[in-house]
Design a protein around this ligand. Structure first.
Ligand code: CMC
Length: 434
């Protein structure tokens, strides 16, 4: 049975009519009811705030089994990719569908490094910001501004143009993120170094200065490589759906990725890694954990345990599993094994996982729970955490955007609504209004 041959159908009743709708099967995962003709045949729409039950596209890139806590990119387990591959190898896999051969990998790396510099004029854009601007605000603006630099010659229907846009974005996003940081601390921008690995070059652009030779930081670049891999894609989450929605209008990919960055910024999504570290700081000591657990359970208190819960995972987020052991390793290597935030995080996790509130709702640590602790121990400022998430996720966004652009079934995104406002009524002149 292929995904295109419906194996069964579901009958849905409308006002005065019933109609059968095909059920489509993917490779793995739940079947979906194809309701594209629902309105035409029954006069009904579906109501699904937050799209909790709606598949908006077919995709071959990433598969999540939320009940089992499994994440696959192009069929490969995230744990294997995090252990054995480099970020650019995973990026190639996500973008092109297969792990690269040695030649393909080397060509891909040359292609990416060829595009790492940004147009010199962009330097001036940074100077328009306040020095304390959040790096995500700067990235939304600068990535959006790339559309002004690569507009005239960009045909989004041309696969070669899309490929160049993918190379450009994957190559330039570390430069853009690092420049946002450099601007905030008043240090000169560092031009990318193409002789360094992707994560090492990012560290160099963040922490290098023109007056000192760069000392490579293998512990940090290894940890960053893993963090990049774990954040590279995550199927149809809010920011990816935003990229697809913006891209569905035929807009520039740079504008679509800028919108994705804006969507990622929220604390319910990528902003959670920053929020976790702030929360652990606020908790301050292991003794105060019960107080915060009680607050998280109190329906009258808006406080939530940041880094806990996930729309899809109703089990341990496999990315959190990798990062938990990585946190132990990295902090040990950095001589920060006694980090108080890590101790609070471990104890918080232990207590929450034994608590009925969290067990009943299947709330487990997600990717953001441990990533912030590692990034903080590496000396990365808190405000850069979500920028680093955006940097890595650019790969997934571009792969998903490309897939959408190639998909003959895709249409401009246009959800419907359940209208609950006033029905049609006559206009009332101002002197007659009460
Ligand atoms: N702390 C306390 N209670 C929670 C939490 C939490 N972190 N997350 C969910 N709940 C409760 C929620 O109050 C609700 O309880 P009840 O059924 O009694 O009303 C129940 O669990 C279901 O929550 P929901 O808000 O309907 O679940 P959702 O799927 O809409 O939200 C989520 C998922 C990630 C937005 C949410 O779990 C959350 O806000 N977590 C904290 C923020 C966070 O860590 N975000 C990072 C997500 S992973 C990385 C990424 O995707 O960017």
């Amino acid at each position: 049975m292929t995904e295109n041959t419906p194996k069964k159908s579901v009958t849905i009743g409308g006002p005065g009519s019933n109609a059968a709708f095909p059920v489509l099967s993917g490779t793995v995962g739940p079947d979906v009811i194809d309701i594209r003709k629902l309105y035409g045949e029954t006069g009904l729409f579906t109501y699904d705030p937050g799209f909790t039950s709606t598949a908006a596209c077919r995709s071959k890139i990433t598969y999540i089994d939320g009940d089992e806590g499994i994440l696959l990119h192009r069929g490969y387990r995230i744990e294997d990719l995090a252990e054995h591959s480099s970020f650019l190898e995973t990026a190639y896999l996500i973008l092109f569908g297969e792990l690269p051969t040695a030649d393909e990998y080397s060509n891909f790396m040359s292609g990416v490094t060829y595009h790492t510099m940004i147009h010199d004029q962009i330097n001036y854009l940074y100077r328009g910001f306040r020095r304390d601007a959040h790096p995500m605000a700067v990235m939304v603006a600068v990535v959006g501004a790339l559309s002004a630099f690569y507009h005239e010659d960009l045909d989004t229907n041309d696969p070669h143009h899309r490929l160049i846009a993918s190379y450009r974005l994957v190559a330039k996003i570390p430069t853009i993120a690092a420049m946002a940081y450099k601007y905030s601390v008043g240090q000169p921008f560092m031009y990318p170094r193409n002789d360094l690995s992707y994560p090492e070059n990012f560290l160099y652009m963040m922490f290098g200065v023109p007056c000192e030779p760069w000392q490579e930081k293998p512990t940090l670049s290894k940890a960053l490589e893993k963090i990049f891999i774990l954040h590279a894609d995550h199927e149809q989450n809010a920011s990816t759906s935003t990229v697809r929605l913006v891209g569905s209008t035929g807009a520039s990919p740079y504008a679509a990725i800028s919108a994705g960055i804006a969507s990622l910024w929220g604390p319910a999504h990528g902003g959670a890694n920053e929020a976790v570290v702030n929360m652990l700081g606020e908790i301050g000591s292991v003794e105060r954990i019960p107080e915060f657990i009680a607050r998280a359970k109190d329906k009258d208190d808006p406080f939530r345990l940041m880094g806990f819960g996930h729309r899809v995972y109703k089990n341990y987020d496999p990315r959190a599993g990798v990062l938990k052991s990585s946190a132990d390793e990295v902090l040990e290597e950095l001589g920060k094994g006694d980090n108080p935030k890590l101790a609070i995080a471990r104890e918080l996790e232990r207590i929450a996982l034994e608590d009925d509130y969290f067990r009943d709702r299947k709330l487990f640590p997600n990717v953001d729970f441990y990533s912030g602790i590692i990034l903080e121990a590496m000396g990365i400022p808190t405000k850069m955490f979500t920028a680093i998430f955006a940097l890595a996720r650019t790969v997934g966004w571009m792969a998903q955007w490309n897939e959408m652009m190639e998909d003959p079934e895709q249409k401009i995104g246009r959800p419907r609504q359940l209208y609950t406002g006033a029905a049609q009524r006559p206009y009332v002149a101002i002197d007659k209004r009460r």
